[in-house]
Design a protein around this ligand. Structure first.
Ligand SMILES: Nc1ncnc2c1ncn2[C@@H]1O[C@H](COP(=O)(O)OP(=O)(O)O)[C@@H](O)[C@H]1O
Ligand SMILES: [Mg+2]
Length: 503
C-alpha cells in the first residue's frame, strides 16, 4: 500500500493529460489525490510558484466546488474532496440521449459555482466535461480550480508546446489573450453543447484547426445536430458563443437568469430549483424521470400557447406550439391551437395592413385643393368582420381642402407652366374615425414621404403618431417642396382615433 503524507493511496479514479487521480484515505475519511506525472513536473519550484493560486482555490468553499485539502510538494500532488460519481464526460457516454432541458439542470449548479468564484475574482480557465463531476446522489461539483495555469505550464515544461485539447477553450484563450469571467461562461456553453449533442462545437481534425474554429467561433448550430433542441434553447448558445465579449453573458448570474427564464417557459423551473434532489431522482431512474419531465413540459407548453393566444402574443404562442409539437407530436391539443393561431395571425396581419391599405398616394398633379366631407362605411364591410375585428374598421370621413388663392410654384415636370389653374390637386385631407372609444384621441398621419406635417406649427417626425390628443380644434399644415402648403383645422373629439390622409 502506497502512502503519501499519511494518506493511504487506493484505486485509480481517472487519468488526465498531466496527472492520475486516486482514491485516498486518511483516518477513515475518503479523499481524491491528484498525482502529477513525475516526468512532467520535474520542476518542484513550479509548484511553489503556484502556491498562491492554490490558496485562492482552497478558499473557494461552495457546495458546487470540489474542496481543495492540501498541496503536497513531494511527490507533487493535490489532495481534494472525493466525489463519488462520474464526470460529465463519463455521464455523456453513459447517457448519450439526455433530454436537452435536463442538461440545463446540470449546468445550473456550475453557473452558481462560477458566480461564486468570479465574485471573488477567481477564473477557472479550464472548464471542460471532465472537470465537472456529478455525485451518485445528484450533486454537481466543479473541480480543478486554480490548476489550469499550473497544468498548462507543466505541459509546456515537458514538450515546449501546449498539449491537451483546445475543444472547450474560449476564443480569447485560443488566441493567448486575457481571459475574464465570460471566458469560463463560453467554455461552459461548449460543455452544455457537448451534453445535448454528444459533440464538441469547435472540434476539428487537428488541434490547430480546432484553435482556429474556436478563435473565430465557427460552429454548427446545436439545433442542427440535435433536432430536439428548441429555438429558445438554441438562443442560449447564440448568446454565449459571441466572439465579441461584450455581447456574451457578462456574468454567471446573467447566464443563470436566461437559463431559468427558459426553464420557466417550459414549466421546469420549480423542479430545477430542487437541484440535487431532482437530479438525484433522475440518476436513479432516468427513463421514468425523463417521461415525467416531458409530460410536465407538454402540459406547461400547451398552457403557455393557449394563454399567449388569448393575449394575441402570436410569436410566443407559435414558439410554444412548435416546441409542444416537437415534444409530443401526437398531442390532440396541437391541431386546435394551430387553427386558433392561424386566425390570430390573420387578425394581427389585418391590424398591421389596414393603415397601409388606407394610405392614398400623393399625386403630383396640381396645387389646388377642395374640401369635401363624406361618410363612407358600407354595411357590407361591417358585416364581414368579427366583433373583435370591428375596432379595425374605420369610419371614413374625407375632407377636401380648398386651394389657397395664390399659386406661385408648380413642379415643371408634372404641370404645364401656362395652365396652373387646371392642375390644382396637390392634396386633399381625409380624417378617418374608427368606432372604438378611447380616452383622448390617437392621431395618425398617412401621408406621402415627401410631405412634411406641421401640427400646431410644430414639424412632426416622419411616421409620428400623436397619442391621447384632447378634444379641440388643431392647426394642421402639410408642406411639400414645390407646392403651396395646405392649411386645415382638424376637429378632434378626444375619443375616437383620427387618421389624416393626404393625396
Ligand atoms: N475530486 C475528484 N473525485 C473523484 N474523481 C475525480 C476527482 N477529480 C478528478 N477525478 C477523476 O479523475 C479524472 C482525471 O482528472 P484530471 O487529472 O484532472 O484530468 P482531466 O480533468 O483532464 O480528466 C477525471 O476525469 C475524473 O473522472
Ligand atoms: Mg481535471
Amino acid at each position: 500500500m502506497q502512502r503519501v503524507n499519511g494518506y493511504e493511496v487506493k484505486e485509480l479514479l481517472g487519468r488526465g493529460a498531466t496527472a492520475e487521480v486516486f482514491r485516498a484515505d486518511l483516518n477513515g475519511k475518503g479523499f481524491a489525490i491528484k498525482k502529477f506525472y513525475p516526468n512532467l513536473v520535474q520542476d518542484v519550484s513550479l509548484f511553489q510558484r503556484f502556491q498562491k493560486e492554490f490558496r485562492l482555490a482552497r478558499d473557494l468553499v461552495h457546495p458546487n466546488i470540489v474542496g481543495v485539502q492540501e498541496l503536497i510538494n513531494e511527490p507533487p500532488c493535490v489532495v481534494m474532496e472525493l466525489v463519488d460519481g462520474e464526470s460529465f464526460e463519463q455521464l455523456q457516454k453513459r447517457l448519450p440521449f439526455v433530454y436537452p432541458e435536463l442538461s440545463l439542470l446540470l449546468i445550473r449548479p456550475v453557473l452558481k459555482a462560477l458566480a461564486f468564484a468570479h465574485e471573488r475574482n477567481v477564473i477557472h480557465r479550464d472548464i471542460k466535461p471532465s472537470n465537472i463531476l456529478l455525485s451518485k446522489t445528484g450533486q454537481v461539483y466543479l473541480a480543478d480550480f486554480g490548476l489550469a495555469r499550473l497544468e498548462g505550464e507543466s505541459k509546456l515544461t515537458l514538450t515546449g508546446s501546449v498539449l491537451g485539447s483546445p475543444d472547450f477553450m474560449a476564443p480569447e484563450q485560443a488566441r493567448g489573450e486575457n481571459m475574464g469571467p465570460s471566458s469560463d461562461l463560453f467554455s461552459l456553453a461548449s460543455v452544455l453543447y457537448f451534453l445535448v449533442t454528444g459533440t464538441r462545437p469547435f472540434s476539428r481534425s487537428t488541434p490547430l484547426a480546432t484553435l482556429s474554429a474556436v478563435s473565430q467561433v465557427q460552429y454548427e448550430s446545436a439545433q442542427r445536430r440535435n433536432p430536439k433542441i428548441s429555438s429558445g434553447f438554441n438562443a442560449l448558445f447564440e448568446k454565449a458563443f459571441q466572439l465579441d465579449v461584450s455581447k456574451r453573458f457578462s456574468t454567471a448570474n446573467e447566464f443563470l437568469l436566461a437559463v431559468d427564464g427558459y426553464l420557466d417557459g417550459v414549466g421546469l423551473l420549480e423542479s430545477a430549483k430542487q437541484e440535487k434532489d431532482y437530479v438525484g431522482r433522475w440518476l436513479l431512474a432516468p427513463n421514468d424521470f425523463t417521461l415525467e419531465a416531458l409530460n410536465q413540459m407538454s402540459a406547461s407548453l400547451e398552457q403557455r400557447s393557449r394563454k399567449a393566444l388569448s393575449d394575441l402574443r402570436v410569436s410566443d404562442a407559435s414558439s410554444a406550439l412548435s416546441h409542444l409539437s416537437m415534444i409530443s407530436p401526437e398531442s390532440s391539443a396541437i391541431m386546435h391551437i394551430a387553427q386558433n393561431l392561424k386566425k390570430a395571425k390573420r387578425k394581427k396581419e389585418l391590424r398591421r395592413y389596414v393603415p397601409a391599405l388606407l394610405l392614398l398616394l400623393l399625386f403630383l398633379a396640381g396645387s389646388g385643393l377642395l374640401i369635401k366631407s363624406q361618410k363612407q362605411i358600407s354595411a357590407k364591410d361591417q358585416s364581414s368582420v368579427s366583433s373583435q375585428e370591428e375596432s379595425l374598421v374605420e369610419e371614413h370621413v374625407e375632407v377636401k381642402v380648398a386651394a389657397p388663392p395664390q399659386i406661385k410654384q408648380v413642379p415643371k415636370t408634372v404641370v404645364a407652366k401656362e395652365k396652373p389653374a387646371k392642375v390644382e390637386k396637390f392634396s386633399s385631407v381625409q380624417v378617418n374615425r374608427p368606432k372604438r372609444k378611447v380616452f383622448g384621441s390617437r392621431v395618425r398621419f398617412n401621408v406621402a414621404d415627401q410631405v412634411d406635417v406641421y401640427w400646431e406649427g410644430r414639424l412632426l417626425p416622419k411616421g409620428a403618431v400623436l397619442e391621447r390628443v384632447k378634444k379641440g380644434a388643431y392647426q394642421l399644415e402639410l408642406r411639400r417642396k414645390g407646392f403651396p402648403p395646405i392649411k386645415e383645422t382638424v376637429e378632434v373629439d378626444g375619443k375616437d382615433p383620427v387618421t389624416i390622409r393626404a393625396r
